[in-house]
Design a protein around this ligand. Structure first.
Ligand SMILES: [Zn+2]
Length: 187
């Protein structure tokens, strides 16, 4: 199978004329074209032996071996020769970062860009409730809850004996913040 777009990327022109696929370098003219394939009934078939058609041009042998050996680490490739008969001498040099490996190791997509229009302190509070802990504290607490201001990143922590105290704790926290703001215009 031959990719026409890859041929174009490699600087070749391609034409389908009277049951023949012709290709020639972009900088020359059609006179220099050679026949890449011929139409046999419906589909076009690549001329020549299949092995010739499968040749893929790569800059470094290490890239080819890296792909063939289940994405073996580049630094390990020269050492593989000791254990594998017929393995050519492969250097560890390669082109940049392997995109296949990057995709394979990626466990999650990027975070979406933030659409937060909040620009004042205490406008948005993040909260996290943690527990139950394996041991209660000296005061008998098993949980803690944190409140975190989105803009200032100031954080408050409160301790709870029961999980269902969380909302009451938030209401108390909110009331104290509101009263402090009215008194001091700060928190
Ligand atoms: Zn890779």
């Amino acid at each position: 199978m031959v990719s026409i777009s890859t041929l174009e990327d490699k600087g070749m022109r391609v034409a389908f004329i009277r049951g023949k696929v012709l290709t020639w370098p972009m900088e020359s003219c059609m006179r220099d074209a050679f026949t890449l394939g011929s139409r046999i009934e419906g589909p076009y078939r690549v001329n020549g032996r299949p092995m010739q058609a499968m040749v893929h041009d790569i800059k470094h042998q290490s890239e080819l071996r890296h792909r063939r050996l289940a994405r073996q680490h580049y630094e390990a490739l020269p050492k593989v020769r000791k254990f594998v008969s017929g393995m050519p001498d492969v250097q560890s040099s390669h082109d940049g970062v392997c995109s296949g490996c990057v995709s394979g190791k990626k466990t999650r997509g990027p975070f979406p860009s933030c659409k937060n229009t909040n620009n004042d302190i205490l406008q948005l509070i993040h909260s996290d409730l943690c527990g139950p802990m394996p041991m209660h504290s000296l005061g008998g607490y098993l949980y803690y809850i944190i409140f975190n201001d989105d803009i200032s990143r100031k954080t408050w922590i409160f301790y709870l004996k029961h999980k269902d105290e969380a909302f009451d704790m938030f209401k108390d926290f909110n009331a104290s913040i509101e009263s402090n703001r009215e008194e001091n215009q700060s928190f």
